[in-house]
Design a protein around this ligand. Structure first.
Ligand SMILES: Cc1cc2nc3c(=O)[nH]c(=O)nc-3n(C[C@H](O)[C@H](O)[C@H](O)COP(=O)(O)OP(=O)(O)OC[C@H]3O[C@@H](n4cnc5c(N)ncnc54)[C@H](O)[C@@H]3O)c2cc1C
Length: 373
């Protein structure tokens, strides 16, 4: 039996970022089922930071995370956490309505410039002209070094005396005498507070603890890496995103990362790519560009787990003392991690949300689990 102040279930980006902050003031143990903490969704993302992606509440969290990405604390990482990428949103003629709806949001309009088809083709020369009736460019979109971000948080956790326990899948959670007791493959752990940051498994963890699940839905998304076309320099291309998010592609370490932006409901699991989705990714890219994909370098899938309203969730569960939700990171868990980690730590400590986060429009009521009750 190991006694702590706080147990965190899950060492993905959500658990790692909150744990790093909480370890300054509490004895924290992160319990992770896998031997590698980034094995599930955190290690499978498209690694983009965009302030115009997601609903209003998500966009506010991304804005509030921006400063951390651009100037992390000294010693957090060996190199920069972000590098310029740019995002080019394209719409075909029949997608004009979606395009108009997209640019109607004031912060989308403020963070992008409308560009001509010529300009779009100059930025990504393989695009077919008929695929670009309208285009919008977000200069501030950046690639994130997800591994550096995740490892930075885990290092911060350990520097403050926190522990990461891998191969410690939680198999039971019960509350007794003011303590949560967790049985894991690595032994029993106890603490008065447990943070549920189990990604696709958050509702399963709630059920183990006797807490009502909130209706999270894991949705599978497929990624495919293909070799860059011969004799074409692709490194400076932006991420190209269909305005209705039917597909996207971007350069990735000398290769091309494609996704059909699929959202297939799935039970929590070690997600694997479906051949149909891989074929769909290739079909979308071949329709929108002059590329012809002959070889696949690698493919994978990950689960993006959403609350019913697609906003993130942070807060104590009603009627279950010390049980804290940190869930529903959906397709935004990387780009919102700096603000969510800090905000969750403040809520767990019973403190006010830091003013620099509130200043970006983050409204804690929109993140509270109370909104579902
Ligand atoms: C293809 C794809 C593209 C994406 N692109 C982006 C992007 O560009 N930008 C962005 O911000 N986000 C993106 N995302 C989303 C982002 O990756 C996720 O929001 C984020 O990684 C979720 O982190 P997490 O910590 O909640 O979950 P996870 O990383 O899945 O971590 C949860 C952890 O909990 C552990 N766990 C579960 N049950 C137990 C248990 N019983 N005991 C112990 N441990 C347990 C799991 O093993 C896992 O390690 C993308 C996702 C995908 C799949």
């Amino acid at each position: 039996m190991s006694g702590f102040d706080i147990l965190i279930v899950g060492a993905g980006i959500a658990g790692a970022s909150a744990g790093a902050h909480l370890a300054r003031t509490h004895r924290v143990a992160i319990l992770e089922r896998e031997s590698q903490p980034g094995y599930h969704t955190t290690g499978r993302s498209a690694a983009l930071f965009s302030e115009i992606y997601g609903n209003e509440s998500v966009r506010a969290l991304s804005r509030a995370s921006r400063d951390f990405f651009f100037s992390p604390p000294d010693g957090f990482a060996d190199g920069p956490l972000v590098k310029p990428r740019g995002a080019l949103y394209i719409a075909r003629a029949e997608q004009r309505e979606e395009f108009d709806a997209f640019i109607a949001a004031p912060d989308v309009a403020a963070n992008t410039v409308r560009v001509s088809a010529d300009d779009a083709l100059r930025r990504c020369p393989v695009l077919k002209r008929e695929a670009v009736a309208e285009a919008l460019y977000e200069d501030a979109a950046h690639d994130v070094d997800v591994n550096a971000l995740h490892q930075g948080y885990l290092r911060m956790l350990k520097q403050h005396g926190g522990q990461l326990v891998t191969e410690a899948g939680v198999t039971s959670l019960r509350y007794s005498g003011g303590m949560w007791m967790a049985d894991t493959a690595a032994g029993e752990f106890s603490a008065p507070i447990v943070i549920n940051a189990a990604g696709a498994w958050v509702d399963e963890i709630a059920k183990l603890a006797g807490v009502s699940p909130l209706g999270f839905q894991p949705l599978r998304r497929t990624a495919v890496l293909v070799p860059a076309p011969d004799n074409v320099k692709i490194d400076a291309w932006p991420m190209v995103i269909d305005v209705a998010e039917q597909f996207y592609f971007k350069p990735d370490a000398g290769a091309l990362f494609l996704s059909p932006a699929d959202e297939t409901p799935s039970p929590p699991c070690d997600a694997q790519p479906d051949e149909m989705d891989v074929a769909l990714a290739i079909d979308h890219i071949e329709r929108a560009t002059t590329l012809s994909i002959r070889r696949i370098q690698s493919k994978w899938a990950g689960l993006r787990t959403f609350a019913p309203d697609r906003s993130l969730v942070a807060g104590f569960a009603r009627g279950a003392k010390g049980f804290f939700w940190l869930a529903g990171q959906g397709g935004y868990g990387i780009q919102t991690a700096p603000a969510m980690g800090e905000l969750a730590a403040a809520l767990v400590r019973g403190e006010e949300i830091p003013s620099h986060i509130v200043a970006h429009g983050v409204d804690i009521r929109e993140l509270s689990p109370e909104r579902f009750t």
